[in-house]
Design a protein around this ligand. Structure first.
Ligand code: ZN
Length: 230
């Protein structure tokens, strides 16, 4: 059994059984100092003490966040696109670099970088499919809608999709509903909304459209809340 904890904005903690039989903690886009987060980066590292991997989808401040601090305090490896990983490696953190295309050569966890329609300073922005024995999760990163999402479903079959709904910098509700149609997950968790005024959105509106139109469960998590899966 795995779990997913939301810390606001695009920050998620995944806990699941890895392929080596050990419990894993993977933190994605670790901006724990975001205005909605219920926990500070230092309290978080005290609470968990160990993190296996920190995934960074791109180097904008609201996604790179506290990655370096958390990696140094917990011994986590940072998983990022090659160019960003090289730059983080120079700061003394251990990294797993890769690129969009196929499964990363990591034994204990499933990682595949996916495209994302967005911008970034180092390399290109990505989404990621992450998983182990309990589930596979697709974190879209910051992105607009793109048709290849149908191949993410066909090839990797993520159980859970974490999708931005805030608009302006990413998909809004209308586009995210279409993304659910292409991705066909069992559960969707909306993200990247209501952190600041430009990305205001109503997650309950998204939930009612997706559940009524597509029959896919939407879990609206409050910052600090956890979903146990399956
Ligand atoms: Zn961004």
């Amino acid at each position: 059994m795995g779990s997913i904890r939301y810390f606001g904005h695009a920050t998620f903690e995944l806990r699941f059984r890895g392929f080596d039989g050990k419990d894993k903690i993977v933190l994605i886009d670790p901006w724990l100092s975001n205005p909605l987060s219920p926990i500070s980066p230092s309290d978080y590292v005290r609470e968990v003490s160990k993190v296996d991997y920190v995934v960074v989808t791109h180097d904008h401040g609201d996604h790179l966040g506290d990655a370096e601090f958390i990696a140094k305090k917990t011994g986590a490896k940072i998983v990022a696109i090659y160019d960003l990983a090289v730059s983080l490696g120079k700061k003394g953190v251990e990294t797993v670099d890769g690129n969009i295309g196929g499964r990363l050569c990591v034994n204990d966890v499933f990682f595949v970088f996916t495209p994302a329609l967005h911008s970034s300073g180092h390399g290109v922005p990505v989404g990621i499919v992450v998983g182990g024995e309990d589930y596979r999760v697709y974190h879209a990163g910051d992105t607009g809608l793109f048709t290849e999402m149908m191949f993410i479903h066909e090839l990797y079959k993520p159980d859970i999709a974490l999708l931005p709904i805030g608009g302006h910098y990413t998909m809004g509700i209308e586009e995210a509903v279409k993304a659910v149609e292409l991705l066909k997950p069992k559960t969707v968790i909306p993200m990247h909304y209501n952190t600041f005024p430009l990305i205001r959105a109503d997650p309950e509106k998204f939930k009612s459209i997706v559940e009524e139109k597509l029959g896919v469960r939407v879990a609206v998590l409050k910052p600090g809340e956890e979903l146990v899966y399956p």
